[in-house]
Write a protein that binds this ligand. Structure first.
Ligand code: ACO
Length: 429
């Protein structure tokens, strides 16, 4: 028999269906609650609110499980590439050879930005944060594709998705190069996605950047591990914007803005800055751990804790190993890695972190890999955005294809003043 939940308000009982997902996670469907009882639910930070049904990504935060379209992240990380994973996430299945070839070709063909966009990069101040440039330029690029402005998305969806995934990488590299006063480098048709990003970032017009397979592999893994993570802050933002029927570029540009904050994607930059500060202060991490436990210190152990994971983030496990591997292959010894390991070891033994179930998240070690690849720290969150693009696009697609989708419009409990009247200027104190 289907389960129901009973809510009793002022002695009156209301019954609501319990919706059960593939993995037996369940939620109470209260969509009729206000109409029937006059009440709404209040859930600060949405920790108990399911905003949608989705078939893209599954997370079991208690067990530390993450699956893309049903496939465990460990398998995807070991066997796939970022481009193949992007296809899996967006179209819901692993591509066959022809499908993958077509998608890769679309990425290559659409890597160039419209020539007129180049001047816009120069209009930003040299110290502009690349996340600001990224969101502005993704939004601006929609102006060059009038087909985006039609409400019928289907005929051009494949092209627009490939264009966005390809161009976010071009915009990121151009933003970096203009901020350094370096000439722009275009993608090479014979390079794969991640190799091309490193080429566009670091080649010189007269000399190509020497691609190290270990570096390419490590960066591809970072993109892949960030490709989707169900209803996090930025993805929910993308869905929120898409629910108004805004176009794919506008919706994903909003996702970039949401990702920027240090409690979300900006944490990878914040982790590196924290490790650097600890290193420069001569602390081995113990003093910082003490400060992170003290609410009045204003400090948090960045890269630790997660709204959903109350266990080790499975991506952090994979990335920690990749970090050791790539540093060894590139023959780099980084004191910040030693500090990170010491912080993790100490925190995992501390009752403060144990009781609150705070474990390293994906951002704890990713910054050390990016630093080893000479990616400047202000670009870290941009790389997260490149990786997350397939997830945003897949969620955008889900919203657009849902025949019952409504505009997202939460309610509130108003706590402002009760009825007051307008006071003319002469009578105001
Ligand atoms: N360091 C110290 N204490 C922490 C940390 C931390 N990193 N994270 C959480 N806590 C404490 C809180 O102070 C709180 O303590 P209390 O119960 O005594 O008040 C308790 O743990 C619960 O924390 P909340 O902030 O309520 O948890 P929430 O789910 O709202 O936040 C978040 C999750 C934002 C990730 C938080 O753990 C955090 O700020 N971490 C550091 C930033 C970070 O690494 N963000 C990246 C997240 S992953 C991603 O976006 C890719």
């Amino acid at each position: 028999m289907d389960k129901t939940a009973e809510i009793i308000i002022d002695g009156k009982s209301y019954r609501y269906p319990v919706v059960v997902g593939t993995e037996q996670e369940s939620g109470i469907d209260i969509s009729q609650l206000r109409a029937q009882s006059g009440h709404i639910t209040l859930d600060d930070g949405y920790g108990n609110t399911g905003a949608c049904r989705s078939n893209i990504t599954f997370i079991d935060g208690e067990k530390g499980v993450l699956r893309y379209r049903g496939i465990p992240i460990e398998e995807v990380a070991e066997k796939s590439t970022f481009v193949e994973t992007a296809y899996l996430i967006i179209w819901g299945k692993l591509p066959n050879q022809a499908e993958l070839r077509r998608f890769s070709d679309l990425l290559t063909e659409n890597s160039m930005l419209h020539e007129d966009m180049k001047q816009q990069f120069e209009a930003f101040p040299a110290n502009a944060h690349p996340m600001a440039i990224l969101s502005s330029m993704i939004n601006a690029s929609s102006c060059f594709y009038p087909e985006l402005l039609t409400s019928e998305m289907k005929p051009t969806f494949d092209l627009q998705s490939a264009r966005l995934i390809s161009q976010v990488r071009t915009i990121a590299a151009f933003a970096y190069r203009t901020s350094r006063g370096l000439p722009i480098i275009y993608a090479k048709p014979d390079y794969k996605y991640t190799a091309n990003f490193l080429h566009m970032m670091f080649s010189h017009p007269l000399k190509d950047y020497e691609l190290d397979p270990a570096a390419v592999k490590a960066l591809d893994l970072i993109f892949l591990l960030h490709a989707d993570h169900e209803q996090n802050c930025s993805t929910s933002t993308v869905r929120m914007v898409a629910s108004s029927r805004a176009n794919m570029f506008a919706s994903c540009a909003a996702g970039v803005c949401a990702l920027w904050g240090p409690l979300h994607g900006g944490a990878n930059q914040a982790v590196l800055e924290m490790l650097d500060t600890i290193h420069k202060s001569g602390d081995d991490g113990s003093k910082f751990i003490e400060a992170a436990k003290d609410k009045n210190s204003g400090k948090r152990l960045m890269g630790f804790g997660h709204r959903v994971y109350k266990n080790y983030d499975p991506r952090a496990k994979i990335i920690k190993k990749a970090c050791d591997d790539v540093l060894e292959k590139l023959k780099i010894s980084d004191p910040l890695l030693d500090i990170a390991k010491k912080l993790e070891e100490t925190a995992l033994k501390e009752s403060y972190f144990i009781e609150r179930k705070l474990y390293p998240n994906v951002d704890f070690y990713s910054g050390i890999i990016m630093r080893a690849l000479n990616i400047p720290v202000e670009m870290f969150t941009v790389l997260f955005a490149i990786g997350r693009m397939p997830g945003w696009i897949a969620n955008f697609k889900e919203v657009m294809e849902d025949p019952s989708a409504r505009i997202n419009r939460p309610r509130q409990i108003y706590t402002g003043p009760a009825l007051k009247h307008y006071v003319p200027m002469k009578d105001r104190k």
